[in-house]
Write a protein that binds this ligand. Sequence first.
Ligand SMILES: Cc1cc2nc3c(=O)[nH]c(=O)nc-3n(C[C@H](O)[C@H](O)[C@H](O)COP(=O)(O)OP(=O)(O)OC[C@H]3O[C@@H](n4cnc5c(N)ncnc54)[C@H](O)[C@@H]3O)c2cc1C
Length: 527
Amino acid sequence: MAATISAALAGASSSVVAASSVGRATDVLQRSEVKGAAFASSSRSFGAVRSVVLGEQSSASASAGLKTFNGLRAGSVFKKEYDSLTEAVHAEAAVEEEFTLTIYAGRSSKVLEGRKLRVAVVGGGPAGGCAAETLAQGGIETFMFERKLDNAKPCGGAIPLCMIGEFNLPLDIIDRKVTKMKMISPSNVAVDVGKTLNENEYIGMVRREVLDSYLRDRAQSYGANVINGLFLKMDIPKDDNSPYVLHYNDYSDGSKVGVAKTLEVDAVIGADGANSRVAKDIDAGEYDYAIAFQERIKIPADKMEYYENLAEMYVGDDVSPDFYGWVFPKCDHVAVGTGTVVNKPAIKKYQTATRNRAKDKIAGGEIIRIEAHPIPEHPRPRRVAARVALVGDAAGYVTKCSGEGIYFAAKSGRMCAEAIVQGSGNGTRMVNEADLRVYLEKWDKTYWPTYKVLDILQKVFYRSNPAREAFVEMCADDYVQKMTFDSYLYKTVVPGNPLDDIKLAFNTIGSLVRANALRREGQKSRV
Ligand SMILES: Cc1cc2nc3c(=O)[nH]c(=O)nc-3n(C[C@H](O)[C@H](O)[C@H](O)COP(=O)(O)OP(=O)(O)OC[C@H]3O[C@@H](n4cnc5c(N)ncnc54)[C@H](O)[C@@H]3O)c2cc1C
């Protein structure tokens, strides 16, 4: 999902964290807390098609008309709060430093005689497709398993502009170019984000079945073997050179049951999403997860015009206690959804509230598909074990606050594959754990600050309705918008203007302090 504002704030403030993390060669994210039960058994995907016509009379609660926000209210300087916020960031970073561990790539692996290195990629989503492509291009004998070749992963489908260039995506797979984002506060104050974009900048909206199959086909064109099969489990070798034996059901004969088969490979990339079986096989540990719920709603053509190039984000206790609700435009319909970690049983209530908030704009719409799926909240405790590595959702690479994971899945798949190509000398030598850890080190150095800052922002801004009002208020600022879109669209930390940075910091504190004051008033009035 494209919570560009939060991504931008990460960009604006990530220098604080980056300063203490640059130069570390460590798997810092491995020590994430292990909480929560395995969700494979407690959650499932829905693909039900229900035909419900949405009308104003069907709404349980009335939605107020949107109010437009015209600019920041006068803020004062609250240095104490700012200091404590930055201290908290530094303190977290310092704790990470204590666990620094350096593992250097080994060059002692045996040379392979008469064959190339064989690598299995389990899962054919963005992570798997990009991993398989890079492996095949790098001279590795590549096998990619995908259980469902027409899989339509439940997803908002928002991708940053840089992904189109970096992954050389053809423009005809982009359904919509979103140039406007409405941020809507709990009291229905709407802030228009996107004013600072230039005419070539946009957020891409894709259908996952289109993107994923394009990436798989491209990997195949470079020589990857695509196997339509369900990976079941693997036998772990007892030494450094014996193969992993993968057990799977092969569906290539068209049957639903499939044919039980095995395949021997030298290394495995687990790109099989949030419910990863590869992760279980290497005992990678669990992670907290959000449940995300989404309805595809076909709305009348005149209503669709409103969403031509516009997406909406709703925040408030009603739509989610810890996330946001969204309306994203798709090719001929809109996707309306929300998510939560802290109160999963209430997800349908939050979904109804999200629909109600947007009800005037989607009235007369028909729900054509309902879907739900877990979203990992943080990386798994273990992402590499011997010659097996996890990437994408299987590793837990979705950003907090924004719930963005497509780009990070594709990027981690590619980065992991590059490490294998490099470590194996283009498939001429066996790889070992040190070779795979090169990917982890690079990943953590590049993205750890982004994940950390978004985590903190989620805690600060999504904790109460007054804090959310403050969050939306900040989004009206042109500088915040510029940083937002630049950071989201290009996935780089944009060097800011120091004066504007200071203004932003103090406006942030001002907004937060006002939010706290409002919260205290609210508590008093409830007593
Ligand atoms: C409702 C919702 C909305 C979202 N919206 C956005 C958004 O707008 N933008 C964004 O960036 N991110 C969004 N995300 C997150 C994003 O969908 C994921 O981060 C992304 O799909 C991760 O890609 P992946 O390749 O790691 O895993 P997946 O996309 O889950 O792909 C895994 C693949 O592996 C296959 N597979 C699984 N198990 C097996 C097996 N045993 N054998 C063979 N194949 C297997 C699956 O069929 C699937 O094709 C959203 C998530 C949800 C749930």
